[in-house]
Write a protein that binds this ligand. Sequence first.
Ligand SMILES: C[S@@+](CC[C@H](N)C(=O)[O-])C[C@H]1O[C@@H](n2cnc3c(N)ncnc32)[C@H](O)[C@@H]1O
Length: 349
Amino acid sequence: MAFSVVFSDGANSREWAHMHPSAIRRRKHSQEDEYDDQVHVAEIQAEGDFHELANVFLPISISIASFELACTAMAAPPTTYLLRRDRVEAIRLGSQHLAWQRHLNHLLDPNIPIKDGMEIADIGAGTGIWAIEVANQLPSSQVTAFDVADTHFPSPEYWPSNAKFDLLDLLRDVSSELLGKFDVVHLRMWAFVVRNDDPNPLIQHAAKLLRPGGYIQWEDARFENSVVKGEPAVQFRQMMRQMSNAARLNFLWLEELDQRVKCADAQLEVVDFQKQPWLSTHIPLVMDTFLVALENSGAILGKLKLVDPSVPNSEEWMEALETLHKDSCKPSGSQLYWLPVTLLARRSG
Ligand SMILES: C[S@@+](CC[C@H](N)C(=O)[O-])C[C@H]1O[C@@H](n2cnc3c(N)ncnc32)[C@H](O)[C@@H]1O
């Protein structure tokens, strides 16, 4: 089975062919300056499970902006992040943040005690919009925004003086210097990252970052129970199911996030768990940001089609989205949007 991956920084590009996932994983133990040697080592015939290969290549092919980032992506296990990290996505995250703020009316959950010098981590921070706003609101706190990719990180001159950004893959075990460091760990919109209905590693790694008595604050999307109204929405929902099945995304865990957190063997007690629906006045913004995300994720369909040929191609996807969008603009038109879920948990001790 022949596979090729092209890494490019705009000026240079290099094609790697016939790579086996084990060769890629070996790469993570090597030094940056051994990169070329590793390419050579990696040029072995690919055999084995097609799903495994596809899963390795998915995150790599969409998260590369430079050779540097390629190294980061390769060091990570497959995360199947389905969204292209481009300018439109950065703006979409800003709009989605606005929707969450309108819904919650708080950045930090009011049940979390505020103290001077508290350490706050935002994990999978994207543009860091939540982290930056928390840092501004709580100037005596120290806020760190982590993400597996730095594509969306603002340049350091825009960071508040009490905030910083850093790379971290939370699906892998956390390094010892971060253990027990934080009073609050914030997670938002991980639904499209967790695969195989298994949030356990994520929950456990997040809990390890907490001091005893520290809090996990989590906001996410109940994609399994999305609102689907009108034929164009029903049709599109069917396409989404084909896509998420191919990506091994299953959103049932979000319906029972409280139970999953309790049973994760992570010393967490659930303080609050809510499935409050959106106010109707917020729905247009939520739906718009969702449709933009769906537009964005169309870019990955070609890769998913290799895993499962029944996945729609990007033309079919965009056409169906356009039909849905047009219908949604009519009075009492179609609706397709996800519902929110929020959780607050405290680490015992
Ligand atoms: C939908 S975005 C949400 C961004 C931000 N939390 C927000 O609400 O604006 C999901 C983020 O998770 C990041 N991510 C995906 N896999 C990750 C991993 N294994 N470790 C850390 N971050 C990850 C993505 O790069 C992306 O920025």
